[in-house]
Ligand binder design. Structure first.
Ligand code: DCC
Length: 229
């Protein structure tokens, strides 16, 4: 008891690495939690109702890449070498609700589009009170990567270019709208805008290039995402 009370009395903060090692079923993290702001919840509700009406798919999101294998069998690479290790999908590496990336993605494969609603948390700080450019790049890469995987199967990011146009305050709400622009052989060209969904602010604009394995750019991703909601 003294061991717990003493650090508290000395003002110690809880360790941010709150890691759970107990075996438990994968938890879908792309749903509202107590750390989501009212704005985040409102936009999520709107996207969800639009999704149902207009044929978009809400993507579940898990802590580990392996937990996505039923959706995206080619996501985790060719090796099982990480099988026994304690790995995390990078944007899900921060465990406290609201501390890192809170996001939910909606996909429309026939239209070649993806929307990612996001609330960057306080552990993504760059300049005081603002999101780090690398955190924004992570959001962009994850969104473009997810869209590329969905439409084309096994793809890796070959190139990413981001124009940072306006700073992103921590805990703000952002809407990233991504689209597949064109295909050229094994190459996919994608782009996205990152905006304040309630205002005029365009925070970032990015383009990315995904490259597929020889012979894999086809309709595998499309088939894998059919009927997944
Ligand atoms: C629901 C899901 C939830 C889960 C969602 C999780 C989503 C996660 C998404 C994460 C995405 C990532 O971070 S992926 C990780 C980061 N990316 C990587 O590690 C990729 C590492 N790089 C590579 O593997 C390779 O370099 C490739 C595949 C990109 C290229 O290899 P290659 O195909 O053998 O290359 P090569 O024959 O030399 O060149 C082929 C053509 O590509 C061009 N080319 C080669 N490299 C590049 C380049 N970097 N940028 C532009 N163009 C390039 C060449 O000029 C040539 O053009 P031409 O002469 O034909 O015109």
């Amino acid at each position: 008891m003294l061991r717990r009370a003493l650090p508290r009395a000395l003002g110690a903060v809880p360790c941010p690495r709150r890691r759970c090692h107990r075996p438990c079923p994968p938890r879908d993290l792309a749903v509202p939690n107590a750390a989501w702001s009212d704005r985040m919840r409102r936009h999520y509700g709107h996207l969800l109702s639009t999704a149902t009406r207009e044929g978009w798919t809400r993507l579940p999101s898990f802590r580990r890449a392996r937990e996505h294998r039923h959706q995206v069998p080619w996501l985790a690479g060719d090796s099982d070498s990480d099988g026994a290790g304690d790995t995390r999908l990078f944007p899900r590496a921060i465990e406290g609700d609201g501390d890192g990336f809170e996001f939910a993605m909606f996909l429309n494969v026939p239209k070649g589009r993806l929307r990612c609603l996001c609330q960057p948390g306080p552990f993504l700080e760059g300049h005081p009170g603002l999101a780090h450019g690398g955190a924004i790049a992570t959001l962009v890469d994850t969104s473009l990567g997810t869209l590329a995987l969905a439409v084309a199967g096994r793809v890796v990011t070959a190139n990413l270019s981001i124009d940072y146009l306006a700073p992103v305050p921590l805990r703000s709400v952002l809407l990233l709208e991504a689209s597949l622009q064109r295909r050229q052989g094994r190459k996919l060209f994608l782009g996205c805008d990152l905006r304040d969904p309630d205002g005029d602010t365009l925070h970032a604009r990015a383009t990315g290039e995904g490259h597929g394995d020889r012979g894999t750019l086809g309709t595998r991703g499309h088939a894998a995402h059919q009927g997944h909601r």
